[in-house]
Write a protein that binds this ligand. Structure first.
Ligand code: NAG
Ligand code: NAG
Length: 473
């Protein structure tokens, strides 16, 4: 987790010694719905239109989860992207050496297809949830030259070319890393198989990064031509030693495998806590995402959940603010197009029901954070400017006014960002914001459209049908 933020500590001590969280302002305080059914299908289409590519908003699923009919409903109307929580891991997919067993992984992919969703692969290499025949007593050469390539090939080839991205390696960087470490030092710091004979042991096995290169080279050979190949990691996203390791490792992988940067990705798991220092600020995430964008590497939020110290209204608001900031960091970054939550409802969450770490409560009903997520997506889809970082608290960021989408034609969203460098505000009257433009090929009108109605210079708004007008050159 990131280091404590001094300003939060000072604020907590000065203003609210009894509270673990700052007061926050939300888009859902400003005219966006906080009750009722959430259907994101058309909003997500509009988000993708503004992005110029499909935005994959999803969560985890397995066929043996309880509440299957609830899953079907939520993955038809809210989430439109699926990751199998367990069904594509090594223990499930190669239970005995050389035997490919993709039944559950394929069934999850089929669930996605049936509900009109895309599918992401997690994962081909991880030291944990390995089959019982691993680590075994194989030599380093057998692991690198036979076991890993065989597994990665049979899984990626078997799942087909439509996978949006694969976590090729999962959690390979240590927690005790420091700035300036080489990629090899970062990976050896982890002290798990296969750099050591078994997790926690100190007996070296693979003494270089060849096992990672083997996994990536095989993945590149057998994956679809637009599938992104990722390293996926927890406690990463800011300007810290572990994130620095991840950034240097992805460059090292490119250099040693010749896989183009525009096929690589970094997955930021983002298992967070709604407490001081339990998450990265939006600006810290944005800086990291743009570092990767400069290389051509995608950034993905792959396993977001936000655990609460106690399930009360102030914490639910804080959770909604953090969720909103992470989502905005991804939405407004050109290289972030997958945003995935780990477990879709509190009673099925690996963090435990009482952590209340997901968007839907133990009865499967949307929580405030789910409505805030819907509001941030709608705000982005409408062509609006990026909101300020609400998880920083109202002393730094306040959103006032009533949001677009209320259909009255008179609403106004004013995003006030009050910092030492001054303030900015963006006015967006409901029913068609003024002072904003949709990009070329973006939506600019249609029944129910509440986004920008003028087009970027060089393009004009052309009527397609009653529901859709588009900026065309
Ligand atoms: C979810 O599944 C559990 C376990 O089968 C069941 O007790 C509960 O009633 C279900 N809840 C909903 C909302 O479907
Ligand atoms: C790429 O790899 C080569 C050979 O291992 C090495 O000499 C070079 O410094 C590396 N470049 C970068 C940018 O890592």
């Amino acid at each position: 987790m990131p280091r404590l933020l001094t300003s939060f500590v000072a604020l907590a001590v000065t203003l609210a010694p009894a509270l673990a969280q700052p007061a926050v302002s939300l888009l859902t305080d400003n005219g966006y719905p906080t009750s009722g059914t959430l259907n994101l299908v058309s909003t997500l289409q509009a988000v993708s239109t503004r992005k110029g590519q499909t935005f994959h908003f999803g969560s985890t699923y397995d066929t043996y989860d309880a509440n299957q009919s609830w899953f079907t409903s939520v993955f038809s109307t809210f989430y439109k992207h699926v990751v199998s929580e367990n069904g594509c891991k090594w223990d499930a997919t190669e239970p005995s050496q050389g035997t490919s067993s993709l039944t559950e992984c394929l069934a999850c992919q089929s669930f996605a297809t049936t509900n009109g969703d895309t599918f992401r692969g997690h994962n081909t290499f991880w030291h944990s949830q390995t089959p019982s025949w691993l680590p075994g007593s194989f030599s380093a050469s057998q692991v690198v030259n036979t076991i890993i390539p065989q597994h990665v090939q049979q899984e990626i080839q078997g799942m087909g070319a439509s996978i949006t991205s694969w976590d090729v390696v999962n959690e390979v960087v240590g927690d005790g890393v420091s700035n300036g470490m080489t990629p090899l030092q970062c990976v050896q710091n982890k002290k798990v198989w296969p750099t050591v004979t078994s997790d926690g042991s100190s007996t070296a096995l693979v003494t270089d990064l060849s096992f990672i290169y083997a996994a990536f080279k095989t993945a590149f050979t057998y994956a679809g031509s637009s599938t992104r190949l990722a390293i996926n990691e927890y406690n990463t996203g800011g300007q810290d030693a572990k994130t620095a390791c991840i950034i240097s490792l992805i460059q090292n992988i490119q250099n040693n495998t010749a896989i183009p940067f525009n096929r690589l990705a970094v997955g930021f798991q983002s298992h967070l806590t709604a407490s001081t220092g339990g998450f990265y600020t939006k600006s810290a995430l944005a800086t990291t995402f743009s570092t990767l964008a400069a290389l051509g590497v995608e950034s993905m939020i792959t396993e977001l959940d936000i655990s609460l110290n106690s399930n009360n209204q102030a914490n639910l608001r804080y959770q909604a603010a953090i969720w909103g900031d992470y989502l905005d960091a991804c939405l407004y970054a050109a290289n972030c197009n997958e945003f995935i939550n780990w477990d879709p409802r509190d009673d099925l969450s690996w963090r435990g029901t009482s952590a209340a770490a997901t968007l839907f409560d133990g009865n499967g009903n949307p929580k405030l954070a789910a409505y805030e997520v819907a509001a941030r997506l709608a705000n982005y889809a409408a062509g609006n400017a990026e909101p300020c970082a609400t998880a920083s608290g109202t002393s730094v960021c306040t959103i006032t006014g009533s949001g677009p989408g209320t259909g009255t034609g008179s609403g106004t969203t004013t995003v006030s960002k009050t910092t030492s460098v001054g303030s900015t505000s963006v006015s967006t009257p409901g029913g068609g914001p003024t002072g904003c433009t949709s990009a070329l090929y973006g939506q600019c009108g249609g029944m129910g459209w509440t986004g920008c109605t003028s087009c970027a210079s060089g393009s004009t708004c052309k009527y397609s049908n009653a529901y859709y007008s588009q900026c065309l050159a």
